[in-house]
Design a protein around this ligand. Structure first.
Ligand SMILES: Nc1ncnc2c1ncn2[C@@H]1O[C@H](COP(=O)(O)OP(=O)(O)OP(=O)(O)O)[C@@H](O)[C@H]1O
Ligand SMILES: [Mg+2]
Length: 290
């Protein structure tokens, strides 16, 4: 049994973890937020869903995970912030490092890890009746309230909405419900919500799959901006999207039903699409399989 399979206690506090994974100042590029994974196998009920993955996710870069349905892209993504462990009888073997912190070490609290490794899901999931501003600061709103705190929350909301490229569209209706926004706006609201807690890493699981082409381009432009300050990992089924937004592309495959997915190759995106080293990659990107 590795540390990843052990039960989690109250663990290391945010301050302690934050001290080890502190973000760089905006504009200077991120110096933290590197993730290194080795020998990672993720299980559901003891069966491996994706197996023995070694790779690194670098600050200032977008890494795309591609591959056929069921090869374990979502599962692996959820291993990067411990969300996988919230599934009953799920486990992880191997090591996942966020900078120098082994996120599955016994004394690390995965709830705190998720403040450093944020996630945006396939379908925008704002709290529908909560206001736009409150949606953004939902992850911060505990502890004492009061005027000063409210003012700070307002600042956080504005900063995060600006980062998510949504401020100009919503600044006059911050008190309106999250559900009053379009799908593309809701997805940017969810990105703003993730950014509000100042993570170092942003995980995105097919963030554009529910969006129209215009909203998709808006989100892709945003990802290009965000990578200056974050480590970004995106799962996408759209190979053109991987080619447009990512610096590194990792191709996963799966032999068949019941088999675990595996990483075939991870390369600079232009190399993977123009000169893949593995036959399985060639067949996938030329549309012969998958
Ligand atoms: N909660 C779960 N319980 C049991 N098995 C699961 C669970 N979630 C996923 N799996 C299995 O794990 C494997 C990998 O699934 P995963 O969702 O990670 O694939 P994916 O590459 O994201 O696929 P897609 O492209 O369709 O989203 C699949 O065989 C799937 O059936
Ligand atoms: Mg998936």
């Amino acid at each position: 049994m590795t540390t990843a399979e052990m039960p989690h206690g109250p663990g290391m506090g945010l301050a302690e973890l934050a001290g080890q994974t502190k973000a760089a100042s905006p504009g200077q590029g991120p110096s933290r937020g590197r993730m290194d994974i080795s020998g990672v196998t993720a299980y559901y009920r003891g069966r491996p869903a994706v197996t023995d993955v070694d790779m690194a996710f670098e600050p200032g870069k977008v890494t795309a995970l591609i591959g056929p349905s069921g090869c374990g892209k979502t599962t692996l993504l959820r291993c990067l912030n411990g969300l996988h462990m919230t599934v009953p009888r799920a486990s992880v073997r191997g090591t996942v490092l966020l900078d120098d912190v082994d996120i599955y070490a016994r004394d690390v609290d995965l709830v705190q890890v998720r403040r450093h490794v944020g996630m945006v899901f396939q379908r925008p999931n704002p709290f529908p009746t909560m206001s736009i501003a409150d949606n953004v600061t939902a992850g911060l709103r505990f502890g004492p309230r009061g005027q000063r705190r409210a003012a700070k929350l307002a600042d956080v909301a504005e900063r995060s909405l600006r980062q998510a490229g949504l401020w100009e569209e919503v600044k006059d209706r911050l008190d309106k419900p999250g559900a009053s926004l379009s799908g593309g706006q809701q997805q940017r609201l969810c990105i703003a919500r993730s950014l509000a807690v100042q993570p170092q890493v942003l995980l995105m699981d097919e963030p554009c799959s529910a969006l129209d082409p215009i909203s998709t381009l808006v989100i892709e432009g945003l990802i290009d901006q965000l990578k200056q300050d974050y480590t970004v990992v995106i799962v996408t089924h759209n190979m053109q999207q991987a080619a447009r937004v990512s610096d590194i592309t990792a191709f996963f495959t799966v032999q068949g039903p019941g088999q675990p997915g595996r990483l075939v190759e991870a390369s600079p995106t232009k190399d993977l699409f123009s000169n893949p080293t593995e036959q399985a990659t060639v067949e996938y990107i030329t549309g012969k399989v998958g």
